[in-house]
Design a protein around this ligand. Structure first.
Ligand SMILES: NC(=O)c1ccc[n+]([C@@H]2O[C@H](COP(=O)([O-])OP(=O)(O)OC[C@H]3O[C@@H](n4cnc5c(N)ncnc54)[C@H](O)[C@@H]3O)[C@@H](O)[C@H]2O)c1
Length: 359
């Protein structure tokens, strides 16, 4: 691969300061893995969203608290602020990001910044800025500074003309939301810069991620979090999708582990730059049935929302993640049964600690 790459032109926008060959030698771990781990320092952008804090915890356990810097544009809650380094960083501020990367000798960049589907559709111009201009900022910085760059993608990167059961890694992708379009753009830009300049770009298409700490915000997979809260509070959930709507889902700890394992995978093992990862696929009716094994009184009614139902109908019902399993050993730990038990236990504990009743 390296022999087909042209040497970087220093006058070109994508000039970077170490050669692709040197970078490959380092990334393929011809140096001992331990010395790589010791020198890795990560900057996690937009780390105060649903996924960021948990990923930082997992990375800090392995790489040391001070080697993982969280950033966002909002004020961190006290426990997050006390748990390790935090800095303000707007993904649209190129100079500030560059300063952070240089001053902190960053080697890994986790780019979590994005306006997700509901917010993006409500403000397309801002979504274009954050999801596309922001991504270009980090791509340029990753090239300039020889960073390993992780950017998540989503089931929303597929569209009505994509194969749905299962959706393979490589297929037609014509999403009809600005969120999906910007994610496909990211997948393609990262792959292009990898092949042209050797950028160590890594991307996973996450399924709907389920966690106790998510505040449902109008997303298409949010019902799969809300149903647990409703089961333990009122005992009644009104679902905005039809009962048979099947979508790929994943427990948040599997999502974090997949991300860390993928970032650690030696580059020589990767045959793709963007992989699907899967754990389970279920329908509202199936998750309700599983919850009823613990809470038999749960009542679910269905009132499909036209927008969210049509989006769900255009997304894959299952991901084919066989390439991830083969190339870097991906295996999920949580199936539907384990997910339901864990969510009910965690929400029950949370409600009890907050002094709220549990039905
Ligand atoms: N949560 C999921 O189920 C899921 C599924 C698939 C992919 N993803 C991807 O994972 C990533 C993280 O998702 P999430 O659920 O944590 O998102 P989130 O919406 O919970 O958080 C996004 C964060 O971005 C920050 N942000 C907004 N504008 C910014 C700016 N200009 N500069 C810097 N930060 C800014 C916000 O303050 C917020 O903390 C996203 O790229 C998303 O597309 C998430």
């Amino acid at each position: 691969k390296s022999s087909s790459r042209k040497p970087p032109n220093p006058h070109h926008r994508y000039f970077f300061s170490c050669s692709p060959l040197l970078m490959c030698t380092f990334r393929n771990r011809r140096v001992p893995p331990d010395s790589c781990c010791c020198s890795d320092r990560a900057l996690e952008q937009s780390g105060l969203g649903q996924l960021g804090v948990g990923l930082a915890q997992m990375l800090r356990k392995q790489y040391g608290t001070d080697n993982v810097i969280l950033s966002d544009i909002k004020k961190p809650p006290p426990d997050v602020y006390k748990s390790g380094p935090f800095v303000y960083a707007d993904v649209l501020d190129y100079k500030l990001l560059r300063e952070l990367i240089v001053n902190n000798r960053i080697t890994w960049l986790v780019h979590y910044s994005a306006l997700l589907r509901p917010v993006g559709e409500a403000n397309v111009a801002l979504a274009r800025k954050i999801n596309i201009t922001g991504l270009h900022n980090v791509l340029d910085l990753a090239l300039e500074n020889c960073l390993r760059l992780f950017v998540p993608s989503t089931i929303g990167a597929f569209g009505p003309s994509s194969p749905r059961d299962p959706a393979p890694d490589l297929c037609v992708q014509r999403p009809r939301t600005i969120y999906g379009v910007s994610k496909v753009h990211g997948e393609l830009m990262g792959e292009y810069l990898h092949h042209k300049y050797g950028l160590d770009f890594r991307c996973l298409r996450y399924p709907g991620v389920i966690s106790v700490n998510t505040t449902p915000g109008g997303g298409t997979t949010d019902y799969a979090v809300q149903i647990f809260h409703d089961a333990l509070s009122t005992g009644h959930h009104e679902c905005y999708l039809r009962p048979e709507t099947r979508l790929p889902m994943m427990h948040i700890s599997d999502c974090h582990r997949a991300t860390v394992e993928f970032m650690q995978a030696p580059e020589c093992q990767l045959t793709l730059r963007t992989y699907n990862i899967a754990a389970m696929s279920f329908t509202p009716e199936e998750v309700a049935q599983e919850i009823r094994k613990h809470l038999p009184h749960l009542k679910v009614t269905y009132n499909p929302d036209v927008v969210r139902q049509s989006i769900a109908d255009s997304w894959p019902v299952r991901f084919d993640d066989s390439n991830a399993r083969r190339d870097w050993g991906w295996t999920p730990a949580y199936g539907l049964e384990e997910l339901v038990t864990d969510m009910l236990d965690s929400i029950q504990n949370k409600r009890t600690n907050q002094g709220l009743p549990v039905s």
